[in-house]
Design a protein around this ligand. Structure first.
Ligand code: FE
Length: 340
C-alpha cells in the first residue's frame, strides 16, 4: 500500500535532493591517497579558514584514479591528492584534471614543480643510506656508485616496480639516456644482497641489522624514524649514515606529493581554494612538521629537528611533469635487468 504524496511535499523533497549540488554548499569532496595520519591538520586548517567541510575518501593511489575514471561525469570528487609525480602525470594523461589558472599557485610554487593542471605541495628526496663502518663513505657519493662492483652483495632494495624507484630510474634515463640507465640497473642488480622486498622502512632496518650495507630510501621514512622515541628505532638510526647523492652533479632525485582539481568537480571554486590553501605558509608547515616533507614554497619557516639534521641539499631541478615521460621505459629496463 502506498500513500499519495501531496504536490507540495514532492516539491519539498525535490528541493532537498537538489540541495546537495547547489553552489552554496560549503563542502569539498577530497580523494586522498596520502597515507599519513598527520594530514588531519591540513583539512581542519582549511575548514577553519574557509568554512568549507572536507569530506574525505581515502584509498590506494591507483584505486582512487580508477575510481574517478569509473565514476565518470557523476564523480563527486573535487580534488585528487596523491603521491608520486608519475602517478599525477598518469591522472593527467587520463584527462582527470581540469586546467587551473591561479596567480597565487603560480607565484608560490616554482615552475618545475607544477603543470597546467596539477601542482606539487611537498617534496621528498630519495637518498642513499649505509651502515656505519661497513662502507667507505668516499666511495658512496652518487646513485651511480650503487652499481659499483665494490658493493657486490651489499645492496638492499624495494621492488623496481614501485613508483619511487620508477621515478628515480626515469630521472636517470632523462639525464643519461637509456643505455647508461640500463647499465646502471644491471650493476645494482648484480650487487643485491637479496631479491628486492619490503618498503623503504624495511630497507633502513635491513641496513641497520647488517643484512646489507647500502640502500635507498625516501627522506620522510628516515626522518620519521629519527624523531621516534622507540629504543629500537634509536638503535637503527645510530647504526646508519645518510648520503645526499649527486651533489656535484644533477642533485638528489626528488619526488613530490601533489594534486589537482578533478575535471568534473561539483565544487570547483572550493577545490581551487583548497589547492591555494595547501600552498599557504600554514599548510606548508603542516607538510614539513607533520609528515617530514620539505615545503615547495620558498622561505616557509619549519621547525622539524629531523629535516634540520638532514641539512641543506642540492635537489634535481628536472621538471616533475617529465618524470612520467620515462616511466614506461624505466619499467622495461627494470624488467629486462631483473630489478623486480
Ligand atoms: Fe611513501
Amino acid at each position: 500500500m502506498t500513500l499519495p504524496l501531496s504536490r507540495s511535499l514532492i516539491t519539498l523533497l525535490l528541493a532537498a535532493a537538489s540541495f546537495g549540488s547547489t553552489a552554496e554548499e560549503k563542502v569539498l569532496n577530497l580523494y586522498s591517497a596520502r597515507h599519513y595520519q598527520t594530514d588531519e591538520a591540513l583539512y581542519s586548517g582549511f575548514t577553519r579558514q574557509s568554512g568549507i567541510t572536507v569530506r574525505r575518501i581515502e584509498g590506494k593511489e591507483d584505486e582512487l584514479i580508477e575510481r574517478i575514471r569509473n565514476e565518470g561525469a557523476n564523480s563527486p570528487a573535487d580534488v585528487l591528492l596523491t603521491v608520486d609525480a608519475a602517478r599525477l602525470a598518469e591522472a593527467h594523461e587520463m584527462g582527470l584534471f581540469a586546467a587551473v589558472r591561479s596567480p597565487l599557485l603560480e607565484a608560490r610554487i616554482p615552475a618545475h614543480l607544477r603543470t597546467s593542471d596539477w601542482f606539487s605541495f611537498s617534496i621528498r628526496a630519495r637518498v642513499i643510506i649505509y651502515a656505519r663502518g661497513a662502507v667507505n663513505p668516499d666511495e658512496l657519493r652518487n646513485y651511480s656508485d650503487l652499481a659499483n662492483p665494490r658493493l657486490k652483495g651489499k645492496v638492499c632494495s624495494r621492488s623496481g616496480s614501485h613508483p619511487y624507484n620508477l621515478s628515480l630510474m626515469a630521472s636517470i634515463i632523462a639525464h643519461q639516456g637509456e643505455a647508461k640507465a640500463e647499465e646502471w640497473a644491471r650493476g645494482v642488480v648484480a650487487n643485491f644482497a637479496r631479491p628486492p622486498k619490503g618498503g623503504d622502512t624495511d630497507q633502513i632496518r635491513a641496513v641497520a641489522a647488517g643484512e646489507c650495507a647500502v640502500a635507498l630510501t625516501n627522506t620522510y621514512y628516515l626522518a620519521r624514524m629519527m624523531r621516534s622515541d622507540k629504543p629500537e628505532d634509536r638503535k637503527t638510526i645510530d647504526r646508519i649514515a645518510v648520503v645526499w647523492p649527486d651533489q656535484q652533479g644533477n642533485g638528489a632525485h626528488i619526488n613530490v606529493s601533489g594534486g589537482g582539481v578533478v575535471k568534473t568537480a561539483p565544487h570547483r571554486q572550493a577545490a581551487v581554494s583548497f589547492l591555494e590553501y595547501l600552498a599557504s605558509d600554514e599548510a606548508q608547515r603542516y607538510f614539513a612538521d607533520g609528515n617530514n616533507e620539505w615545503p615547495v614554497v620558498a622561505g616557509v619557516k619549519v621547525s622539524n629537528p629531523a629535516l634540520e639534521a638532514l641539512g641543506k641539499f642540492k635537489a634535481d631541478s628536472l621538471p616533475v611533469g617529465s618524470l612520467a615521460m620515462y616511466r614506461a621505459k624505466a619499467q622495461v629496463i627494470f624488467d629486462r635487468t631483473g630489478y623486480r
